[in-house]
Design a protein around this ligand. Sequence first.
Ligand SMILES: C[S@@+](CC[C@H](N)C(=O)[O-])C[C@H]1O[C@@H](n2cnc3c(N)ncnc32)[C@H](O)[C@@H]1O
Length: 247
Amino acid sequence: MNSEHSNNSAKNESVVTLNKLGRTTTVLNEINQRFVEEARHANRPVLDLGCAMGVATLAALEVGATVYANDVDENHLKAIQESVSLSAKKRLHTISGWFPEDLDFEANSFDVIHASNLLNFLSGPEIDRGLQRIYEWLSPNGIFLSISGSPYAANIKGFIPEYEKAVALGETWPGECDNLKQYSSDPTISELPDRLHLLDPYVLSRSAKLAGMHVEESYLFNRRDTPKYIALDGRENVVLIARKIGE
Ligand SMILES: C[S@@+](CC[C@H](N)C(=O)[O-])C[C@H]1O[C@@H](n2cnc3c(N)ncnc32)[C@H](O)[C@@H]1O
């Protein structure tokens, strides 16, 4: 899975999350960067789901946004509170809990919602419910930006035939993997749960449309600084960008 596993270059230093739900980096990928740019111009607060230690949250705070930072691990949120600058502290709101079940915001609260390497931890029905909540929470014309891991990653390539077979059979969620360790002995697999959901543009677009969103972009993607042990053939990540059309 493309959740920012280790890379030895100082440029793309990454750390294992405290709860072993993948890795996070200290550098912004293209979608994180887009989140920061959208956040810079936002009139309402922005929401960073599965923020880990705040790589994108802290950058959005730096450009003046009010940021609601969510993670299931409270220690990640504590780490953000400890590293935020004094001037940005009053614009940071940390929310612990499992997305989507534990979270509740008023409708139309956010101009931008961001999920970077988060959706892979959700089941198919959770993704459907999650995108419905995101639609509700976004303001009219608000945007959802996401990047996730696809099945086309070197460290999990043993799962590709299973995934492609499930696609051919027309399964609703062909990338749901319940026993990751069966498909890979790569050392990075120990940094991930055994249940992982490898995603593709088709399932994500379907779910976003079902939630009422307009899909602006949905494609397989090779993000900059893809770590070597993930790099396969340029399809390692999947991007979904969707908008709540104004009312
Ligand atoms: C692979 S890390 C990615 C972190 C960061 N967004 C990034 O792109 O570097 C996944 C993060 O999402 C959190 N997470 C996983 N599932 C979650 C869920 N359902 N609700 C909230 N946080 C979740 C994990 O605790 C972890 O910090």
